[in-house]
Design a protein around this ligand. Structure first.
Ligand SMILES: Cc1cc2nc3c(=O)[nH]c(=O)nc-3n(C[C@H](O)[C@H](O)[C@H](O)COP(=O)(O)OP(=O)(O)OC[C@H]3O[C@@H](n4cnc5c(N)ncnc54)[C@H](O)[C@@H]3O)c2cc1C
Length: 331
């Protein structure tokens, strides 16, 4: 097999891993790539059902009040830290477990309703919105989507209130855009009771403040010499967990703790595997799909704030005895 064939073979294998074995439904965006514009899927634009809308409105009112009184975005940026009091307050409003089922202490909101919540936070503070996304939209998402009832019962109640925080650890030096190229290794113990994890992760939001991290590592594929990615629940109190850098310096979103850590012979019980063994890439990319919608909502909120401020400035700032908005260039 030449190099090109080998590369192609690897891509096919990765695609198969991503798609599991079952058929894939065509989504609206995927349809566009295939040249289909199926308007029925998006028009009329889906509305939040009336009973959920009332609950959402109440939550947004409570959230706005809390953010007005307690969130100081400039201070968060200056100090490069989100105060614990803000995190606790977000937990009280329910933001840290918005889409988690009520039986585990969450609010049971739809993804769409949660996007409205994230848009409101994104309007005010990029750091806080990224923090919430890292905790909820990707941090506990794998647990919500792929966790067993026992895993959810064990981990979720403290995570949805913010008493504990979550994080999602996929990225490594060699695995950025090329997410499938995870190098962290997870070797099964001889008695099969646990896996031994070794490797490093970087650029992980909340890594230094999280109590639970969803970590992607390579496990052997039984009966072959291949390896595949598996998702593990890791806690920082496991021996061998080493924080290399708690807060990597950043030019923006300075309030979030973007960390780098190593796992050195960390023993993780097999009960901490999330989703099927060897299907961690599917777990990771599905989780990220959810995150993309809420990250997008945050950006929508930020863009609305920018527009409002720009319009306000153009309508109040005067030069040459005219407000800026009266100049053709600005109109
Ligand atoms: C603030 C911050 C927070 C983060 N939080 C997390 C987190 O919580 N958890 C986590 O796992 N990761 C996190 N990440 C990592 C993030 O997911 C990666 O940065 C991202 O996957 C890109 O990887 P990279 O930085 O290594 O860039 P690279 O992969 O090196 O890419 C560099 C550039 O090359 C381009 N490029 C790469 N491949 C291609 C291609 N095939 N075709 C065309 N262009 C290409 C990219 O678009 C990019 O512009 C975070 C990153 C940042 C900056």
């Amino acid at each position: 097999m030449n190099k090109l064939d080998a590369e192609r073979q690897k891509e096919i294998q990765q695609a198969e891993e991503l798609l599991f074995a079952g058929p894939q439904a065509l989504g609206f965006a995927k349809g566009l790539f295939a040249g289909h514009f199926v308007s029925d899927w998006v028009m009329p634009y889906p509305r939040i059902p009336a009973d959920q809308q009332d609950e959402l409105d109440d939550t947004l009112t409570e959230l706005r009040k809390f953010l007005d009184e307690h969130l100081d975005a400039a201070e968060i940026d200056r100090k490069a830290d989100i105060p614990r009091s803000v995190i606790d307050g977000l937990g009280r409003v329910g933001v840290l477990g918005m889409t988690a089922p009520k039986e585990y202490g969450g609010r049971g909101f739809s993804q769409m309703a949660n996007c409205k919540v994230l848009e409101e936070i994104g309007r005010r503070c990029a750091s806080t919105s990224v923090f919430v996304n890292a905790h909820h939209s990707i941090g506990i998402r794998a647990l919500l989507l792929f966790g067993t009832h026992e895993q959810k019962q064990k981990w979720l109640p403290k995570l949805v209130t913010g008493e504990q925080l979550g994080s999602f650890a996929l990225t490594e030096k060699e695995a950025g855009s090329d997410a499938a190229n995870v190098q962290m290794q997870a070797r099964p113990s001889e008695d099969g009771s646990h896996f031994i994890l070794n490797g490093e992760k970087r650029y992980i939001t909340n890594a230094a403040i999280a109590h639970e991290l969803t970590v992607m590592a390579r496990t052997p594929v039984p009966g072959s010499d291949k390896t595949a990615v598996t998702a593990f629940l890791v806690t920082p109190d496991m021996p061998g967990f080493e924080m290399l850098e708690e807060r990597m310096p950043k030019m923006g979103i300075r309030g979030t703790a973007t960390g780098r850590f190593a796992l050195r012979d960390v023993k993780v019980p097999k009960e901490n595997i999330l989703g099927p063994q060897g299907k961690g890439l599917k777990v990771a990319l599905t989780v990220l799909d959810f995150g993309r919608t809420t990250f997008g909502a945050c950006c929508t909120g930020a863009a609305k704030t920018c527009l409002e401020l720009a319009v306000q400035h153009a309508n109040t700032r005067k030069q040459f005895n005219k407000t800026l908005g009266n100049f053709h260039l600005v109109k």
